[in-house]
Design a protein around this ligand. Structure first.
Ligand SMILES: NC(=O)C1=CN([C@@H]2O[C@H](COP(=O)(O)OP(=O)(O)OC[C@H]3O[C@@H](n4cnc5c(N)ncnc54)[C@H](OP(=O)(O)O)[C@@H]3O)[C@@H](O)[C@H]2O)C=CC1
Ligand SMILES: O=C(O)CCC(=O)C(=O)O
Length: 447
C-alpha cells in the first residue's frame, strides 16, 4: 500500500512540485483514500483520484485598478474550477497577499470533498487574488472588486460557478462584486452567496462556519458524554469564523480565553463574554483594527505579540485563522495541557505532523473539510432560497445547518470508525467525501 501511495504522490509531485500546500492537501487524502479504493472493485483501473487532483479549469487574469491617489496597480486574479461532478463549482474567494495557485488549488481540492460531505449538490472551486484589502479605503476596495468582476463574470453564473467569501472577502466585498456582476450581465441571480439580507442573502450565513464548527465539535464531544459546558476554549483568528465560533461556544457555556490575528493573540483569563465579543466584532468588522486593541479596553487581558495561542491550557482548541498555523510542537503542547478536542474552523490550519500527533493520541480531531463545512452548506441553502425566490427564517436555517453538521458527523463515523472504537475523522471525511464524487464521475464517463 505504501508503494501505491508513493507512486501516486510521485506523479502528483512531478506535475505540481512547486505547490507545497496543494501537495500537502493531496497527500492527506491519498493516505486514506488509496487504501480504501484498493478494496473497491468499481474504482479499479479508473484513475479517479488522479483525475480529481487535476483542476477541470484554472483561470488566471490581470486585475488593474486605480488607488485614491490616481496610481495604477496590477494584481493577479484566479478562479480554480476543480470538480463539477455533483453540481456547479462552489467555493469562496480569498483576497490576501499570500494568495497563489498552490494555496487556491489546495483550497479548491478540499472544497470538493467538503461540498460532497454537506449532502447538497455542489461541485468544488476556489478563487481570489493577491490583493490586500488591509489599509485600503472603501473606495479602493470597491474599485478593485469591480475590476476583478469585470473578468470573473464571464466564468461564473448561478448554474456554473457560485463564489462566496473567504479570508479578506466579507459582506463589503460581496456587495461590490455582486453589484458589478448585475450591471455587466443585467440579471439579478444567485451568482454569489454571502449576500446582504435585503438582496438575496440567507439568514445565518455569516454565522454558519463558526456555528457549524462548534456544532460538529459538540457531536464529537457527545460520543464521550462530554459537552462545551464549563470547558475552556482556545480560539485563533478574530475574523468571521473565529467570531461566531466564539459566540456559539459562549452560548453553550464554555469559557473562551483567546482570539488572535496575524500580529499575535490576546489571553483573557476571565473569559470573553458577550460584551467583549461585541467589542471585537466592531473592532474587526467596522473599525478594521488590530486584536491588540482589546487589551487597551480590557486591561486585565494580555497581548502576546507574534505568537499563536497553542501553549494556553484548554480543553478544546478551535483553530480558525489560516493554513498551517498549528504545528507538531503546538500539538504536543495542547496534548500535554490536557486538550481533548480539536475542531478545525479554518482550512488545513493543522500541519501534517500536528494531525498525526492528534490522531496518534486518539483525541477528538476534526479536519476542516468536515467541521467547517457549515459555511458552504448554508451557502447551498442560500442558493436554494434564491432559486425558489423565498426566504427561510433564522430558526429554519439554523435547524437545517444543525442537521447537516450531524449528517456529516455520522458519515465520518461510518467511514472512520476503527476496530478499537476510535474514530479517525480525517479518514472518515476523506472517504465519505470521495465516494459521492467518484460515483458521479464513474457514471458520467471519462471527461
Ligand atoms: N468565511 C467562511 O465562511 C469560511 C472560512 N473558512 C476558513 O476559515 C479561515 C478564516 O476565514 P475567515 O474568518 O472567513 O477570514 P477573515 O478574513 O474574516 O479572518 C481571518 C482571520 O485570520 C487571521 N489570519 C489571516 N492570515 C493569518 C496568518 N498568516 N497568520 C495569523 N493569522 C492570520 C486574520 O488576521 P489579520 O486580520 O491580521 O490578517 C483574521 O483574524 C480560513 O482558513 C478560511 O479559508 C472555511 C470555511 C468557510
Ligand atoms: O460558502 C462558500 O461557498 C465558500 C465557503 C468556503 O470558501 C469554504 O468552505 O472554505
Amino acid at each position: 500500500m505504501e508503494n501505491k501511495i508513493k507512486a501516486f504522490m510521485d506523479e502528483v509531485i512531478a506535475r505540481n512540485g512547486h505547490e507545497p500546500e496543494f501537495i500537502q492537501a493531496v497527500q492527506e487524502v491519498a493516505e486514506t483514500v488509496i487504501p480504501y479504493i484498493a478494496n473497491q472493485d468499481i474504482y479499479n483501473g479508473k484513475n479517479i483520484l488522479l483525475r480529481m487532483v487535476e483542476p477541470e479549469r484554472l483561470i488566471s487574469f490581470r486585475v488593474a485598478w486605480v488607488d485614491d491617489d490616481g496610481e495604477i496597480h496590477v494584481n493577479r486574479g484566479y478562479r480554480i474550477q476543480m470538480n463539477s461532478a455533483i453540481g456547479p463549482y462552489k467555493g469562496g474567494l480569498r483576497f490576501h497577499p499570500t494568495v497563489n495557485a498552490s494555496i487556491l488549488k489546495f483550497l479548491a481540492f478540499e472544497q470538493v470533498f467538503k461540498n460532497s460531505l454537506t449532502t447538497l449538490p455542489m461541485g468544488g472551486g476556489k478563487g481570489g487574488s493577491d490583493f490586500d484589502p488591509k489599509g485600503k479605503s472603501d473606495d479602493e476596495v470597491m474599485r478593485f472588486c469591480h475590476a476583478f468582476m469585470l473578468e470573473l463574470n464571464r466564468h461564473i453564473g448561478p448554474n456554473t460557478d457560485v463564489p462566496a467569501g473567504d479570508i479578506g472577502v466579507g459582506a463589503r466585498e460581496i456587495g461590490f462584486l455582486f453589484g458589478m456582476y448585475k450591471k455587466i450581465r443585467n440579471e439579478f441571480t444567485g451568482v454569489l452567496t454571502g449576500k446582504g439580507l435585503s438582496w438575496g442573502g440567507s439568514k445565518i450565513r455569516p454565522e454558519a462556519t463558526g456555528y457549524g464548527t462548534v456544532y460538529f465539535a459538540q457531536s464529537m464531544l457527545k460520543t464521550k458524554n462530554e459537552s462545551f459546558d464549563g470547558k475552556t476554549v482556545v480560539i485563533s483568528g478574530s475574523g468571521n469564523v473565529a467570531q461566531f465560533a466564539a459566540e456559539k461556544a459562549i452560548v453553550l457555556g464554555a469559557k473562551v480565553v483567546t482570539l488572535s490575528d496575524s500580529s499575535g493573540y490576546i489571553y483573557d483569563k476571565d473569559g470573553i463574554n458577550d460584551e467583549k465579543l461585541a467589542f471585537v466584532m466592531d473592532l474587526k468588522n467596522n473599525r478594521r483594527g488590530r486584536i491588540s486593541e482589546y487589551t487597551d479596553k480590557y486591561t486585565s487581558a494580555e497581548f502576546h505579540a507574534g505568537k499563536t495561542p497553542w501553549d494556553v491550557k484548554c480543553d478544546i482548541a478551535l483553530p480558525c485563522a489560516t493554513q498551517n498555523e498549528l504545528n507538531q510542537q503546538d500539538a504536543k503542547n495542547l496534548l500535554s495541557n490536557g486538550c481533548m478536542c480539536v475542531a478545525e474552523g479554518a482550512n488545513m490550519p493543522c500541519d501534517t505532523d500536528a494531525v498525526h500527533e492528534f490522531n496518534n493520541a486518539k483525541i477528538l480531531f476534526a479536519p476542516g473539510k468536515a467541521s467547517n463545512a457549515g459555511g458552504v452548506a448554508t451557502s447551498g441553502l442560500e442558493m436554494s432560497q434564491n432559486s425558489l425566490r423565498i426566504s427561510w427564517t433564522r430558526e429554519e436555517v439554523d435547524e437545517r445547518l444543525k442537521d447537516i453538521m450531524e449528517d456529516i458527523h455520522d458519515s465520518c463515523i461510518e467511514y472512520g470508525k476503527e476496530e478499537d472504537g476510535f474514530c479517525n475523522y480525517v479518514k472518515g471525511a476523506n472517504i465519505a467525501g470521495f465516494v459521492k464524487v467518484a460515483d458521479a464521475m464513474l457514471a458520467q464517463g471519462v471527461i
